[in-house]
Design a protein around this ligand. Structure first.
Ligand SMILES: Cc1cc2nc3c(=O)[nH]c(=O)nc-3n(C[C@H](O)[C@H](O)[C@H](O)COP(=O)(O)O)c2cc1C
Length: 191
């Protein structure tokens, strides 16, 4: 098997000879429509978080739901960050970040921090937050739980980067309230 074929097997699980290679050597990676894919993944109900970092003197924060637990030993988590988002370069530079898991009462904040092109300066002016003890990044006061991470690894994945973090600290609210969720492109509530 050539290196190319081996790489392809690793990436797709399907040897090149079975996977619809077009004539003339052009590669086919499949024909799933991205909008349809987005709709499909919209059926996967998630919580909603704000991820935050601090690069230079500037706080960056962004709404994110592409979040997962990765490992317990060591304790690792991951979030997928669009390479075009302004948060991307900031967190790559800073190497440290925070995650605030949002209750339903923070729906307005979630919508604000998902607004493309909002002013970077002062974007947290109307958000109650404190600084994480390990990283100094902004963590939301009203979060159901918070985590602080150092970047453990990054994986370039298409138009996103998979950011894997070593979890340095966690905190849990005594009364978390109802959870903010995201389902079929809209916010909702989990009682
Ligand atoms: C519910 C929800 C979840 C989101 N999850 C992610 C995510 O996991 N990763 C990501 O890169 N963008 C995600 N976004 C989009 C970003 O929040 C948005 O693109 C970003 O705030 C744009 O900021 P910018 O103008 O500073 O680049 C999500 C948006 C919403 C509404």
């Amino acid at each position: 098997m050539s290196d190319y074929e081996e790489n392809r097997l690793y990436r797709t699980g399907i040897p090149a000879k079975y996977s619809g290679e077009r004539s003339g050597g052009e590669t086919s990676w499949g024909s799933v429509d991205p909008d349809e894919y987005r709709q499909v993944m919209g059926r996967f109900v998630t919580g909603v978080s704000v991820i935050s970092t601090r690069a230079g003197d500037l706080d960056h924060a962004m709404t994110a739901n592409a979040l997962m637990s990765v490992s317990l030993d060591p304790v690792l988590m991951a979030v997928s960050i669009e390479r075009e988002a302004r948060f991307h370069d900031a967190v790559m530079e800073a190497g440290k970040w925070g995650v605030s898991l949002l209750p339903e009462s923070e729906r307005r904040v979630a919508a604000w921090l998902a607004t493309r092109g909002r002013p970077l300066h002062g974007q947290l002016d109307r958000v109650d937050f404190h600084r994480g003890p390990e990283t100094g990044v902004a963590l939301l006061d009203n979060a159901m739980a918070t985590l602080e991470c150092h970047t453990f690894d990054t994986v370039r994945a298409g138009d996103h980067t998979l950011l894997i973090g070593h979890v340095l600290s966690v905190s849990i609210a005594a009364r978390p309230g109802d959870a903010l969720i995201y389902y079929r492109g809209a916010f909702g509530v989990q009682h």
